[in-house]
Design a protein around this ligand. Structure first.
Ligand SMILES: [Zn+2]
Length: 435
């Protein structure tokens, strides 16, 4: 497979508006790396309460002074026009222009990413510096865009497991000329699927969806309702290339097994990582999976620097022309790929721990005694874990209750399993005496 950073360099500048030729080109290029099914949903198609919008193309967009000096040009950067801008050609007063000219709120040199997919208007985007230089009374605006019937496309890669219960990964491919949000999630997800395809068969089926954000998830889910009961959990991948530790956002169901498993496993994978509740780090397509009528516990993994609650952008270059390959690294993409694989490994091994023993175990007899004089912590942990092996708790439940990494609980449970003291079950198996 092409290196993740090379794919990013190849694709980042494409005009990947939600339904556009640029998006399609990028998706078919990715399909050359890993064969995928491409689902198509035509313009106007009902998707629950939504409808698929038109395909949008910008042919030309610029701003000129009345003597023909070009100040802003879409040909130089795809962000210079509002995504899904209405066409507009005419002379406008400075005042009128400023109402349609978008700038970045914090970075004077950056061109912002602004979109109006559904409440339409015409608009151009530029830097605060260029905006400040506009002193003439009137300007020439040319925006030649077209709206036509097209199809929204969702790429799907499936690695079947022993069970048709599936764990969903997702990332969004839309956003013209940006990298961290969310080409990084796409290339990391692709490599994860590559690894799963070439490794030993797994218990769960893994499904990776590459989509335009929000409407892509709604389109896919509304056309695959039969799959929803099989979706046991999910992880949205985004913003995985910037220089910041991992951030794990919980699902709408904070006590779900995916929340407990991934939540207890991450600290051992990235000790600097942080975690926070649903909708407190960053909002994206996981909302559609967690929503009423769907309720798939989908978490999200990112490298968000400033959580939503801070009021700051998730990373300084977010939604702007500064989100370029310069801010991401191959090393961090690989670390994120490995983190996702390690989280999925924990997920595969998360089972109910059923005791074959009654009472407290005679540890010395089984060769698992840990002397409390020399290792008080290990001694305490062993007993704390053993007393929770009763068929009603998974490894993730035990790790969460004890606030220890999943991997530590898993290691002790593996030892107990090796000694024949416990067995692992996919379903709860309470061992209270019948009475
Ligand atoms: Zn975004």
């Amino acid at each position: 497979m092409t290196e993740m950073l090379d794919l990013i360099h190849e694709l980042w500048f494409t005009k990947r508006d939600i339904i556009s030729d640029g998006y399609d080109r990028a998706l078919y290029r990715l399909a050359q790396e890993t064969p995928m099914t491409v689902h198509e949903y035509p313009t106007g198609e009902a998707c629950w309460t939504w409808r698929v919008p038109e395909k949008w193309t910008c042919h030309q967009a610029y701003l000129e002074t009345l003597d023909g000096r070009r100040l802003i040009d879409y040909a130089e950067h795809p962000l210079h026009v509002l995504s899904y801008s209405l066409p507009y050609v005419g002379l406008v007063s400075r005042e009128e222009l400023l109402r349609h000219l978008h700038v970045h709120p914090h970075k004077p040199e950056a061109v912002p990413f602004v979109f109006k997919y559904y409440e339409r208007d015409w608009g151009l985007c530029t830097s605060q510096n260029v905006r400040d230089s506009l002193k003439d009374q009137a300007y020439q605006v040319v925006i030649r865009t077209s709206f036509e019937n097209g199809t929204l496309k969702v790429g799907e890669i499936v690695v079947p497991g022993e069970s048709d219960e599936c764990f969903v990964l997702a990332a969004h491919l839309c956003h013209p000329a940006m990298v961290n949000d969310d080409l990084t999630g796409v290339v990391v997800g692709l490599e994860v699927m590559h690894t799963l395809q070439s490794s030993a068969p797994r218990r769960y089926t893994y499904r990776f969806l590459i989509l335009p954000e929000t409407i892509g998830s709604v389109a896919y889910l509304s056309h695959h309702e039969e799959l929803i009961p099989k979706m046991v959990g999910g992880l949205f991948l985004e913003m995985l290339g910037n220089d910041s530790p991992h951030a794990l956002q919980g699902s709408f169901q904070p006590h779900s097994q995916p929340d407990r498993c991934l939540g207890s496993a991450l600290s051992a994978i990235d000790p600097l990582s942080f975690q926070s509740a649903y909708r407190t780090i960053i909002d994206n397509d996981e909302r559609q999976f967690n929503a009423p009528g769907v309720r798939v516990p989908m978490l999200s993994l990112s490298r968000v620097e400033a959580p939503k609650s801070s009021g700051l952008p998730p990373y300084p270059q977010y939604h702007s022309s500064l989100d370029t390959p310069v801010i991401v690294s191959q090393e961090r993409l690989e670390a994120s790929r490995d983190a996702v694989l390690a989280l999925l490994d924990a997920w595969e091994h998360n089972q109910y721990v059923v005791n074959n023993f009654k009472g407290e175990v005679f540890c010395s007899g089984y060769g698992i005694w840990i002397d409390h004089a020399t290792n008080p912590e290990g001694h305490r942990r062993l007993f704390e874990i053993m007393e929770r092996c009763d068929g009603t708790r998974t490894i993730a439940d035990i790790a969460t209750e004890l606030s220890i990494p999943f991997q530590s609980a898993w290691q002790v449970v593996s030892l107990l399993e090796e000694k024949g003291l416990v067995w692992l079950s996919r379903a709860p198996h309470p061992t209270l005496p019948a009475g």
